[in-house]
Design a protein around this ligand. Structure first.
Ligand SMILES: Nc1ncnc2c1ncn2[C@@H]1O[C@H](COP(=O)(O)OP(=O)(O)OP(=O)(O)O)[C@@H](O)[C@H]1O
Length: 590
């Protein structure tokens, strides 16, 4: 007698195929899962799953037979014919730990490739064998048939849908069954070929030397993830029934790239690009793991975000951090080689992840006036990190800061300045401090009045040069003596000056726009700090010849500009040519 399902099966199949599962390939997984659960439920006895693809059955169908607990006629009515009904929940409705299935919809995935599902079963609980036939239109039939099957267990046969025949053929089925089921505890066979492996690949048999294990796992990583790992870390978290291995990538990965872990739950593959197992900062590590406590989402293609997953993520993060710390202590050269590869990404993630911020602080090298060192080392010397957010500015100021005993850090590379700001957010406002070039002025001494007076007199002779470069000259005493002049540029004023220059040359509309952006200019935008300890500057203070004073001041300006490594504008290049060639001409003429 035919009975109807209480829902529109076609609608449900469409829902499954288009919204729950990413591809019909999962039908093999669901069949393997049911067979495995049935074997588990039987508890002991033979544990074998046999697949006969279309070529073996000879009629285009696929058959999968298991030695599991089987189903009685009553169970077939209640479990197979009611959507969402499952034998794998406890009395309170919770998914049972020992089973893979939990939702009571998996078998329907067979309709993604089949028009009809035939199931024959004999239950370990006794009673006659039973035959269940269902079709994709939503009707099913159940008949008790003593002759249908002699042994305890279940056989499912799929009659292919038109255009889905290839899903049931040998090569496809073998590839899918191996992929999903090669770690299953039961023997899975297709023809005479056994698809299951004897053990989880990342477990080390007691007799295997560590080096052999590492080589074996490196080869596994290459096969699975396509790279030779920098390091293999065995993973074992008993609380989550988790074992596996973490593989550190040898080359820079993009920090925004998706995490792609190979994850098995209760030995069934969930996927090989599953996200969310590790904290974001560990984007350069890939894992292959099996867990009995983590849960899949209904599609079984990703991990369910629950407390257990959060705890596992924290614990795996701690394992990786411990390893990084150990590596730094025992093999500093390897550690820095690794960090050099990943530092850009680590820095970018550290802006959002305080744990990684601490690792960056602890591990990554920065250029400072005291040499290359980590932020932590630098902070031990100077309670507040004084930094410049610009490489050129650092180069310009480093020698002076050093001579004044001021510790300065180059935060001019990608993410550095943001990291400095993040440190102040986390550790308080005095943790870091952006150094403004003019600040260094305050640390410099004024020269004695006699020298200052003489220098100012000769500087007056060169006032047109200073005006031309929108520059104010300041006599100061500073080290190193060899440096005659330092150009301090206020970046904002500099921008205004450039805007002004552009607006002089551009159309009125553009000029107006720039004019709105620019704040009204006040005093000179640059300061040429002349080092009165330097012999050349001293001689400048003795000059009375206006032309020579102009040439010297312009040369000092251009030299300081070159030292500051700022881009040269046409006006600056002209100044360089003029001063250099005129001085040369004078020297040659002598
Ligand atoms: N090979 C089998 N042997 C014994 N019982 C089976 C077999 N296949 C299916 N069943 C029974 O049919 C029920 C429904 O199976 P179905 O695959 O639809 O869902 P499920 O495995 O319970 O959960 P999930 O949707 O998570 O896969 C199962 O709970 C199980 O009791």
């Amino acid at each position: 007698m035919s009975r109807s399902f209480g829902v529109d099966l076609r609608g449900i199949i469409e829902l499954l195929s288009q919204h729950l599962y990413s591809s019909p390939r999962v039908y093999i997984r669901e069949l393997l899962q049911n067979a495995t659960d049935a074997i588990t439920a039987r508890g002991g006895g033979p544990a074998s799953i046999r697949i006969d693809p279309a070529e073996s059955t000879g009629d285009g169908t696929l058959r999968i037979a298991d030695t599991g607990i089987g189903l009685t006629e009553d169970e077939v009515h209640t479990l197979l014919s009611t959507l969402g009904r499952t034998s794998k929940r406890d009395d309170l409705g919770f998914a049972r730990q020992d089973f893979l299935g939990q939702f009571g919809v998996g078998l329907l995935s067979c309709f993604l490739v089949a028009d009809e599902i035939h199931l024959v079963s004999r239950s370990a609980k006794g009673g006659p064998a039973v035959r269940w036939t269902a079709d994709a239109s939503g009707t099913y039939e159940v008949v008790a048939d003593e002759s249908a099957r002699a042994e305890i267990g279940t056989t499912v046969t799929l009659i292919p849908r038109k255009d889905a025949e290839h899903w049931l053929q040998h090569d496809m089925v073998a590839a899918l069954a191996r992929e999903f089921g090669e770690l299953l505890p039961a023997d899975v066979e297709i023809g005479s070929e056994r698809l299951t492996l004897p053990e989880l690949p990342w477990l080390r048999p007691s007799g295997e030397p560590v080096d052999d294990y590492t080589d074996r796992m490196a080869a596994y990583c290459e096969r699975t993830f396509g790279f030779r790992p920098f390091e293999v870390l065995p993973l074992d978290i008993p609380a989550a029934g988790l074992t596996g291995a973490a593989f550190v990538m040898p080359d820079a990965a993009h920090p925004g790239s998706r995490q792609a872990h190979r994850i098995y739950l209760k030995r069934m593959l969930v996927g090989d690009s599953v996200e969310g197992l590790l904290p974001d900062w560990a984007y350069f590590v890939r894992c292959a793991v099996n867990s009995s406590a983590l849960r899949p989402t209904a599609s079984r293609e990703s991990l369910y975000q629950d407390e257990t997953l959060l705890a596992v993520r924290d614990e795996l993060g701690a394992v990786l951090k411990d390893w990084l710390v150990r590596l730094g202590a025992t093999e500093p050269d390897r550690a820095s080689a690794l960090l050099a590869k990943h530092q850009l990404g680590m820095k970018s993630v550290a802006l959002m992840d305080d744990e990684l911020l601490r690792l960056v602080e602890h591990w990554l090298p920065f250029e400072t006036t005291d040499g290359t060192m980590t932020l932590r080392q630098f902070r031990r010397r100077y309670p507040s990190i004084a930094y410049t957010p610009d490489v050129d500015e650092f180069r310009q100021l480093a020698s002076i800061a050093q001579a004044q005993g001021v510790g300065l850090l180059n935060a001019g590379y990608a993410y550095d300045a943001e990291l400095m700001r993040r440190l102040t957010e986390v550790d308080g406002p005095s943790a870091t401090r952006r150094v403004v070039p003019s600040e260094l002025l305050a640390t410099m001494d004024h020269p004695d009045a006699g020298i200052e007076g003489a220098l100012r007199t000769s500087l007056k002779l060169a006032q047109t040069v200073l005006d031309r470069h929108d520059c104010e000259a300041l006599p100061r005493e500073f080290d190193p003596v060899s440096l005659p002049a330092l150009l301090i540029t206020d970046a904002d004023r500099e921008r205004q000056r450039d805007n002004a220059e552009i607006s002089e040359q551009s159309d009125p509309l553009w000029a107006e726009l720039l004019g709105q952006l620019a704040e009204p200019a006040s005093t000179a935008s640059q300061q040429l700090v002349l080092n009165t300890r330097n012999p050349l500057v001293r001689r400048l203070s003795e000059l009375t010849d206006r032309t020579l004073a102009e040439l010297t001041v312009e040369s000092l300006y251009v030299h300081a500009l070159l030292q500051s490594r700022r881009p040269m504008r046409p006006k600056d290049t002209a100044a360089l040519n003029r001063s250099f060639l005129d001085l040369l001409d004078r020297a040659v003429r002598r």
